[in-house]
Each structure stands twice: as C-alpha cells, then as structure tokens.
Ligand binder design. Structure first.
Ligand SMILES: Nc1nc2c(ncn2[C@@H]2O[C@H](COP(=O)(O)OP(=O)(O)O)[C@@H](O)[C@H]2O)c(=O)[nH]1
Ligand SMILES: [Mg+2]
Length: 461
C-alpha cells in the first residue's frame, strides 16, 4: 500500500475470496458513496435503500452499459459505522465463476469504484478507530498463521487480550505522568513537600512491559517456526534421519561425501508447533568448491538454528571423542547429541562413554529405529523449553511493531529512580506514553509503521 492512498476516502472494491472457481465469490466495497455506486448497477434499489444499519438484499447486478444481468447476488449492506471498516460498505456475494469475477470487476469500476490496495480495508478500519494497530497485527497473524498453536494465540490477541494489556500500561503511564507533573507544579510553587518516588508504580509498568517483551520472543518463535538443524560430518546419517523425521524421501541419501551440497529445508509440525527442519552439508574440513559453499551455508544455518541435532556416527565416535570434537562450539542453539548407526558392532572406549553421558548423548539406529522415541522426546523437550514463557498469563502474539514500541517505552522507564531529576522523569514518561499511544491509535504512528504493517495484508483485507 502506498502512503498516497492513506487519507483517501474514495469508494474501493476488491475480490475478498481467492481468484478461481468456487461456489461463491465475495466482492468487498467500502468508502464514501458506496451505496450510490451500487445503486447504478443493482436491480433492487428500493430494498437496498430501506436498510437502516445492516441487512441482506437479494437481487441482480446489472451491466450499466447494456442493461444485461451479470449475476444473481446477495448484498450484505453495512451503513456507516456498522461494518468492518466503519465506512459505508457493501459485500457482494456472487457465483464463483471466473467469468462472473472478471465481469464484476469491470462493472464495479464503471460504477465508480477503484481497486483497493493490499490492506486498505483494514487500514480504513484502523483509521476509523475500529481496529487498533495491535489488533490489525493480530488479524494479520491469523491470516499468516502456519501452525495450530500460532493460529490459536493470534485469535486470542485479536479478541483484545493484547489490547487490554496495552491499554492497561497506557493508563498506568498516564497516571504516573499526572503524578510527576503535579510534582513539577509543587516545586514551581515552592512547596517544599517531600513526595516520595512512585517506585511501585514504575515497577508495575516495567513488569507489564517486560511481560509483553517476553511474549514477543515466544511469538516470533511460534510464528516463524523453530529452526532445527541436522549437523555433523559427512556420512553421519543426517539425510537419513531427516527423511525419517519427515516420514518422506525428500532428501538424497547417499554414502558419497558431500552429497547434500546445499541445505534442504522442510516444515513439519510437532505438538502443534511449526518446525523448520534443515538438512545440511557435512562439517568436514578438507572440502572445496561447491561443497565448500554448502559447508559455509551449514555454518549460517547453525547460527540461526534454535535447536541443533549434532550427529556423530558410531564408527567415528572414538576418534571424535579423543580429538574432543564431541562438543559443538560457536552455537547459541540447544544442542542434542546423537550417536547414529547404533546397530554397528563397535566398542566405545570407556573414556568416551563418560564424555557421551556428560553430553546426554542419545544412541540411535535408523536401521532398527532403536532410540527414535528418546530422540523425539529430547526434541520435544527442547521445543517446549523454547516456547515456555514462564508467564502466568496466556501467551499473546506480540509483533515486531508492538515490540519496538514496547522496547522503547521500557528503556525510557527503566532509567527512572528516586534520583532522576523530575524534568528527566517527566520526559521519559512522556516518551513512553507516546510510544504506547501509537499502538492504540492515540498518537499518529509513523508512515513507516503503517506501510510495513498494512502492506502485508492481501488485497481485500
Ligand atoms: N548401519 C547404518 N547405516 C546408516 C544409518 N543411517 C544412515 N546410514 C548410512 O550411512 C550413509 C550416509 O548416510 P546419509 O544420511 O547420506 O549421511 P549424511 O551425509 O550425514 O547426510 C548411507 O549409506 C546410509 O544408508 C544407520 O542407522 N545404520
Ligand atoms: Mg546428506
């Protein structure tokens, strides 16, 4: 969406259902003069005019050029203040054929509607106070949610739980600001009254803002998925395990070194959480050329992984143990060490056994599948830890826009204590009020925020 249309009230239209053959297609229209425009192309205007707040009207869309019937339709009419955008709006349900859809677009344009841009309906809802920024983001999260868990959380946020928290902290900030302003007045009037610093109120505000911040962390993980990377030397059995985890033969399994030269990513859901599973090239050192690129990518993936499955084949474990390669360095991820090919008849040296037990290594064989449950449970535990908020309330989807504002507010308030000069305190609180206010539509959010948010919506939303 371009900012030029932000403050445009003209009537817009969009196909709200996917473009293709279906039972019903729905066109959404909204804006000043919507009903007048529809009247130019509708057969049952008496009934249309009789709608007071909201109502359904049956009739035909007529091509204004030749008087031909385009389709039999049902109009859902929303008078100003009653629909999603709060503007005058009409939703037109037509038959879902491509011929009707194509014709409808032309008819609506001739009637005076302009094609809406992505997110324009939601933007208008926001502009008219029907949707706060956080709610708009929650709507987006519902549309974009990929796993069952993220969908459920997004819906809860949409229902206003997140807004409630933000309003709560906003009110507390306003109260704190009032209190501080009063102190400024006192000092100006040279009342030498010693008013104590409102530490409890400040702590309270920091705790709500902190709560929102932790929600953001978990939201990000749930929304984008948890990155799980299979890492290990060539021939460790990474691609084999990748396939077993996917229950599909997606990846090339081969005993050739460096077969998996690039990485392969597949998404799966474990316990309702989206998992991005990465199969990578081997971590062997003597590689060059294309294989080398694959290995560089392996390091990139290792960096952005939340969980690394570090695979060591049983026939290499003694060597790796003695060279102290058991511990995977330079990764912030949770590492699960897996000794693969457990079906091989190889004796593990005593010293190595101890080291493996320190790593809580899991023994796995893809041939017999022994150790698979243990492996999966370790993975589930790691996922649970990553999605555990330690929050007593319900998890809310906190987007990056919200997080940015919350972070700024948090940093401003964090600086306050009883030694802070009163002027600095009032400024800090004012800044926090501004940041949180943008989320509630009380302050004008910057154009970048609006652009980045509403452009992510599809046309028709
Ligand atoms: N005996 C045995 N061989 C395995 C096992 N898992 C994988 N392999 C074999 O090890 C070789 C390398 O496996 P692959 O998955 O391609 O390893 P990658 O290079 O780490 O991706 C292949 O020949 C596999 O069949 C296992 O559990 N037991
Ligand atoms: Mg491979």
């Amino acid at each position: 969406m371009t900012s030029t249309s932000y403050f445009d009230f003209s009537p817009i239209y969009a196909l709200a259902t996917p473009y293709g053959k279906s039972a019903i297609a729905v066109f959404r229209t909204s804006g000043d003069g919507t009903i007048e425009n529809i009247k130019k192309v509708f057969s049952n205007n008496k009934k249309l005019e009789s709608v007071t707040k909201t109502g359904l009207v049956y009739g035909y869309i007529i091509d204004s050029e030749n008087g031909e019937k385009v389709d039999e339709v049902v109009l859902s009419v929303f008078k100003e203040g009653h629909g999603y955008t709060r503007e005058e709006a009409v939703e037109i349900s037509t038959h879902g054929s491509l011929a009707v859809i194509n014709k409808m677009s032309r008819v609506l344009e001739k009637a005076g509607f302009r094609k809406a841009e992505g997110g324009e309906f939601s933007f208008r809802a926001f502009r008219n106070g029907a949707l706060s920024l956080t709610e708009a983001e929650a709507v987006l999260d519902i549309i974009e949610s990929t796993s069952d868990k993220s969908r459920a959380i997004a819906l809860k946020s949409r229902e206003g739980n997140l807004d409630y928290k933000i309003k709560e902290v906003y009110e507390k900030l306003v109260d704190l600001s009032g209190f501080l302003e009063l102190q400024v007045d006192y000092s100006e009037d040279e009342y030498d009254e010693d008013v104590s610093f409102p530490q409890d109120e400040v702590d309270d505000i920091l705790s709500i803002l902190g709560y929102l911040k932790s929600n953001h962390k978990v939201s990000t993980v749930l929304k984008g998925g948890i990155n799980v990377a299979l890492v290990g030397n060539t021939n460790a059995g990474k691609s084999t395990l990748f396939n077993t985890l996917l229950k599909a033969n997606r990846s090339i399994v081969s005993s050739e070194k460096g077969t998996t030269r690039d990485f392969i990513k597949e998404s799966i859901e474990i316990d309702g959480t989206l998992i991005n599973l990465y199969d990578t090239a081997g971590l062997n050192d003597e590689a060059s050329g294309i294989e080398k690129i694959g290995i560089d990518r392996t390091h990139d993936i290792k960096d952005k992984a939340n969980i690394v499955l570090h695979l060591i084949p049983k026939d290499e474990v003694n060597t790796i143990c003695s060279s102290n390669g058991l511990t995977l360095n330079d990764t912030a991820a949770t590492v699960i060490t897996i000794i693969t090919k457990d079906d091989l008849d190889i004796k593990i040296a005593d010293g190595c056994k101890k080291a493996l037990s320190n790593e809580n290594a899991i023994f796995y064989s893809d041939v017999t599948k022994s150790g698979f449950d243990q492996l999966l449970n370790a993975l589930k535990d790691a996922i649970k830890t990553l999605t555990n908020t330690n929050l007593d309330g319900e998890l809310l989807m906190v987007s990056t826009t919200t997080e940015n504002a919350v972070e700024k507010a948090y940093n401003a308030i964090k600086t306050l204590d009883e030694h802070t000069p009163i002027e600095a305190s009032t400024n800090a609180v004012r800044e926090a009020i501004y940041e949180i206010g943008t989320l509630l539509g009380k302050e004008n959010p910057t154009e970048e925020i609006l652009d980045s948010l509403f452009s992510r919506f599809c046309v028709g939303k």
